[in-house]
Structures are given as structure tokens and as C-alpha cells.
Write a protein that binds this ligand. Structure first.
Ligand SMILES: [Ca+2]
Length: 390
């Protein structure tokens, strides 16, 4: 009897403690939203942002966030809500209540926005010294509006030397020299077919034609100031495309789990890689890349970007992001930790035209019981249907 009474008392104490914890949670720091991937962070994750502190307002949220720069924000640190905003509109978030919304509104000339993560050595700040990595994975939940048509540039992984914070920026037109910066961007075209848009030392560049006269002179002059002179003669370099065949389409109107990976090569060898996954299915992998010639050039930046410049579009192209993660290993979409190898089935990497990519048996992209995403976010046969576009 005493034991039973003791057990009952323990139970009562447990209930009271639990209730007290809930009250403390509500009166103190805000409780994290149920279902966020950030609640189950893994050791290899460098950052995880679920935007659930959005109720703090832009400035305070940004100060506490892992991001160092914002495109679509004003010099005083506030956001232009016509370009980038935190939202708790009903149904707008994948996890919890909050997400980031880039409305590309008419009042902003239909321009998009971006948030930059850098792996700072110490507290985050623009211009910090950087910790570099040989391989980075960048995963986000993304939802394009039903009528989304266009983005100029989308999600990027980049890298520099530890003290070269800005060296990965503003290099458009220049052939990388393997010493200064490396990176890749996951873009999609007007049919929403995904592809890597990549600069690398052995890339194909344009010469002659439009790339003549003042234009190429200006480009080569700019590149020379960035230690990337046109040493192979006058040329204009734009990211080379690496696309899966058949194409893989980024759906509109629902949340998609999108992950990209970049792995640097061993200096002196062409063994670099890049890959991307859609809803946990490997959609494309590129191997044999030479991105760099020195070990000091490493990866240190992930760019949550929906870049639409002024004059690019004549209508809004809206996008929402939630649950962004940067990791040194494969992230996946949910559930128990998976390994990249588990998903890297040859069939999924380079599907023959008639094949339907299959969900790897060892890493099912299922939703954990604690998460309650909208039903449309659960991979179904409908997802497979868009993968092999005929
Ligand atoms: Ca969220």
C-alpha cells in the first residue's frame, strides 16, 4: 500500500512538475513549435532555422538568427515587406506558425530577396573569419505560389578562403581560378526544370559575338580586379548548366523538401561532386568536378535566395521557405537520420527514360509522428509522376 501511495504521490508530483514546466514555457521563452526539424537537431548540422521566433519582429529575429546578410532589407536593418517578410499567416508555414515569405510585390518592382548564412568562426557577423568545410548540404522546405513563373537565381552553396568573406560575391562573368572562390547554384527554368548553374575553372565560356568590344573589355577589367584576369583571352563566363535527363520539375503550390550538396575536389584531382534531392529522392548527381587547386579554399556559405532583379519580371513570383538546414552530411526530409549513401542508388541518380525513381528502402522519406505537415507534403505517387518528364 505504501508503495502504491508513493507511486501515486510521484505521479501527482510528475503531473504538477509537467504543468509547471508548461506554465514556465508560456511565461518565459516561447515554446518551440511542434513538428520543427530544428527540435531534433543533429550534431553535424551547422544551423537550423524554423523562423518560429518571427513573433519578435524582423530586427530582433534577424539578430538572433544564423543569417548575416539580407537582400530585400533596408540599411537600417528593417525589411522591405514587399520583398521579404516573416509571416504567420494561417497555413503559411510548413512547421509551427512562422515561415519566410518573399512576395516580390509590384511595389518593390517584383524584386525578390535573400538571406545569407556564413559559417563564422565565432559569433556571426558580416566580414567574420570563416570556418571551411569540404562538403556542405543545404536543405530547405520551399513552396512556390500556384502561379509562380520565374526566378533568376535560387539556392547556392559557396566557399572562399577563411579570410575571404566577400570573395564569393560579385564574380559574374569571371572564370574561377581555383584559388579564390567556388560554388554552385540550384536554379530552375521557365518550365521549373531544376539544374545546377555552376562556375568552375574548366567551364565553357563565350567569346566573340555579343561578347566583344566594350562588353568583354569591361568584364575582363572587372575580373582582373578580382584576381581572375582573362588569361585565356577575352571571354564572358556564365554558369554552365548541369541538368538531369529526363528533367526534374520543381512543383508549385505545395511544400517541397529540396536539398543540394557540394563536395570540393582534392587539390590536383577532379573528384568534386554536387547533387540535389527533391522530397528525399536523389534527382541528379554530377561527379568529376575540379572546383579548386588549394586546400584553403573551402565551403562556408549557403544562400537562401529567390533572386529576381528589377526589370526581370513583370509580375509577382512568390515563394515561401521554412526549416532551412545546413549540414556537413546528408539531411533528408524527416524521420531518423539517413546517410547519403542510402539514397544514392544508381537508378535514382541517373534514371533511364522509362524508369520511375523509387524511394530507397533504407531511407523512407516519411514524416515523423511528431510532425503534422499538411497532407500534401507527404511524398506520394503523384511526386513520382513529375520526376520522369516525358
Ligand atoms: Ca516554421
Amino acid at each position: 500500500m505504501r508503495e502504491i501511495v508513493g507511486s501515486l504521490l510521484s505521479l501527482v508530483a510528475l503531473v504538477l512538475a509537467f504543468a509547471a514546466g508548461l506554465v514556465a514555457g508560456h511565461s518565459g521563452a516561447p515554446l518551440r513549435a511542434a513538428g520543427s526539424d530544428c527540435d531534433q537537431a543533429r550534431p553535424e548540422w551547422l544551423m537550423c532555422e524554423d523562423f518560429e521566433d518571427g513573433h519578435l519582429g524582423w530586427r530582433d529575429w534577424f539578430a538572433g538568427s544564423p543569417f548575416t546578410e539580407c537582400i530585400g532589407c533596408r540599411p537600417d536593418g528593417t525589411n522591405n515587406p514587399d520583398r521579404i517578410r516573416l509571416t504567420d499567416d494561417p497555413g503559411a508555414a510548413y512547421s509551427g506558425d512562422w515561415a519566410i515569405h518573399m512576395p516580390a510585390a509590384a511595389a518593390a518592382g517584383f524584386q525578390g530577396g535573400a538571406l545569407t548564412y556564413r559559417s563564422c568562426d565565432g559569433p556571426k557577423r558580416a566580414g567574420c573569419n570563416l570556418v571551411g568545410y569540404e562538403r556542405l548540404h543545404f536543405r530547405t522546405r520551399v513552396r512556390l505560389a500556384d502561379d509562380h513563373q520565374y526566378v533568376h537565381h535560387f539556392l547556392s552553396i559557396d566557399g572562399t578562403k577563411p579570410n575571404g568573406y566577400w570573395d564569393a560575391d560579385g564574380n559574374a562573368g569571371c572564370r574561377p581560378n581555383g584559388l579564390r572562390a567556388a560554388g554552385t547554384t540550384l536554379d530552375f527554368n521557365l518550365d521549373r526544370e531544376l539544374f545546377f548553374y555552376t562556375y568552375f575553372p574548366d567551364m565553357r565560356c563565350d567569346a566573340g559575338g555579343y561578347c566583344s568590344g566594350d562588353r568583354v573589355r569591361d568584364i575582363c577589367a572587372l575580373c582582373a580586379t578580382k584576381e581572375m584576369p582573362c588569361s585565356r583571352g577575352p571571354e564572358c563566363c556564365w554558369g554552365n548548366h548541369f541538368a538531369p535527363d529526363p528533367p526534374v520539375v520543381l512543383p508549385r503550390g505545395r511544400w517541397v523538401c529540396l536539398e543540394l550538396m557540394m563536395e570540393l575536389n582534392t587539390p590536383g584531382q577532379a573528384d568534386g561532386r554536387m547533387a540535389f534531392w527533391v522530397d528525399g529522392l536523389k534527382a541528379h548527381e554530377v561527379t568529376g568536378m575540379r572546383f579548386r587547386d588549394i586546400p584553403e579554399l573551402q565551403l562556408n556559405k549557403a544562400w537562401l535566395q529567390h533572386y529576381v532583379a528589377g526589370g526581370d519580371a513583370e509580375r509577382s513570383n512568390q515563394v515561401w521557405f521554412d526549416d532551412m538546414i545546413v549540414s556537413t552530411d546528408y539531411i533528408g526530409c524527416s524521420g531518423p537520420p539517413a546517410t547519403e549513401a542510402a539514397t544514392a542508388t544508381p537508378q535514382a541518380a541517373t534514371p533511364p527514360a522509362s524508369a520511375t525513381p523509387t524511394i530507397p528502402p533504407t531511407a523512407p522519406p516519411t514524416v515523423p509522428p511528431s510532425a503534422t505537415p499538411p497532407p500534401s507534403a507527404v511524398p506520394t505517387l503523384e511526386h513520382r509522376a513529375y520526376l520522369p518528364k516525358l
